[in-house]
Design a protein around this ligand. Structure first.
Ligand code: GSH
Length: 229
């Protein structure tokens, strides 16, 4: 088709935007990506997400939907002829949602906190918590994948997208800290999963490059430092 099915207000470096792009790609949905400047948010963003004022917002026709996980659910419910994103079994669906909430509410915030941690002790404690979280996610992978290659089994699913969207930032923080998060001895399942997911044809073109994220992070940290002087 030549007409697009929707608009996505987003930001290339935002893992939550990547998440929605992954779901749209999986379902072969044509859309227009509108890059936002978070320092100077567009009227359209403020109008369509007045509560949080955050990206991503997916606008389907004239209907805006906010919050990346809710958007993915909407896409899965609306484009039912493409591959399913959420598992069909109610218990598997519940588990997928549980772990996605864990990733968003607990795990990824730790990775963000690490950048602002003051002092070796604070840093070490966050690093430890990140590794503890990865061990939990390894267990989740073993249970959800049921011996298959991905969280979704043979096909890319909800958790592959919900966690996979962070791979660029996971690699970027590895470059910046020198810490290898995904370790073959502690989290062998996740190591294999990350390799498979980053080379998957439906994923790899959408994931932002780690090196570019490092440059962005270094630049914005420099700007903040400059501003506080
Ligand atoms: N829970 C939200 C989701 O899943 O969509 C998180 C979205 C989010 O944190 N977006 C960030 C944002 O728009 C960019 S990565 N920040 C702008 C702001 O906080 O003003």
């Amino acid at each position: 088709t030549t007409t697009s099915d929707g608009k996505l207000l987003g930001l290339w470096a935002s893992p939550y935007t990547t998440r929605v792009q992954l779901a749209l790609k999986l379902k072969s949905i044509e859309y227009e990506l509108i890059q936002e400047n978070l320092q100077n948010k567009s009227e359209l963003l403020l109008q369509t997400n007045p509560v949080h004022k955050k990206v991503p917002v997916f606008i389907h026709g004239d209907k805006p939907i906010c919050e990346s996980l809710i958007i993915i659910q909407y896409i899965d419910d609306t484009w039912t002829n493409g591959p399913s994103i959420l598992p069909s079994d109610p218990y598997d669906r519940a588990m997928a949602r549980f772990w996605a909430a864990y990733i968003d509410d607990k795990w990824f915030p730790l990775l963000k906190e690490l950048g602002g941690a003051q002092g070796d002790e604070a840093r070490a404690s966050i690093v430890e918590k990140i590794f503890e979280g990865l061990v939990l996610l390894e267990e989740a992978f073993v249970k959800c994948s049921k011996g298959k290659a991905l969280f979704g089994g043979d096909n890319v699913g909800y958790l592959d997208i919900a966690l996979g969207c962070f791979l660029g930032w996971i690699k970027a923080t590895e470059i910046m800290t020198g810490i290898k998060w995904l370790d073959e001895t502690k989290t062998p399942g996740l190591v294999g999963w990350a390799e498979r997911i980053s080379s998957d044809s439906s994923i790899k073109d959408v994931l932002p490059e780690a090196q570019k994220l490092v440059e962005l992070y270094t630049m914005s940290a420099g700007l903040e430092k400059g501003a506080s002087n």
